[in-house]
Design a protein around this ligand. Structure first.
Ligand code: HEC
Length: 114
């Protein structure tokens, strides 16, 4: 009896932490690195700082550039007229990691009808 009460005290927080993790897909080491690099170097143009904010660059996700990984590497490395290139900032493994992470991000939902 005493043991089961103790066990439930200790297990409850672990169980809720596991539930929280289920909300987002588990990332492997490469995708985790990619998420970190994206948050550090791309967020300013591609991630919303708050609800309702607009971003300078388009939202990124598995559907970006038709899901074409080579095209993603090209844009990230070379940049565009409106986006800086990152080929001197990251080696190929860094760019691959960012692409691997972008592929885990669901396509953004369609905008609500006005
Ligand atoms: C200075 C702002 C800026 C930064 C910083 C930036 N981007 Fe962009 N990015 C843009 C803009 C703007 C576009 C749209 C292309 C255009 O208009 O030239 C874009 C387009 C893209 C696209 C193509 C998306 C599509 O749907 O066409 C990808 C992929 C991308 N960026 C990835 C990245 C990644 C990864 C980083 C960080 C390593 C990054 N960007 C940093 C502004 C930025």
């Amino acid at each position: 009896m005493r043991h089961s009460i103790l066990a439930s005290l200790f297990l409850t927080p672990v169980a809720s932490a596991a539930l929280a993790q289920n909300a987002a897909p588990a990332l492997d080491a490469q995708q985790t690195l990619g998420r970190q690099l994206l948050n550090q170097h791309c967020a300013i143009c591609h991630l919303k700082p708050q609800l309702g904010a607009t971003t300078y660059g388009p939202p990124l996700g598995v559907e970006s550039l038709g899901g074409d990984e080579a095209a993603m590497r090209q844009v990230i490395g070379e940049g565009t007229q409106r986006m800086p290139g990152f080929k001197y900032k990251f080696d190929a493994a860094g760019i691959d990691a960012i692409v691997a992470y972008i592929k885990t991000v669901a396509a953004p939902p369609a905008p609500a009808k006005q």
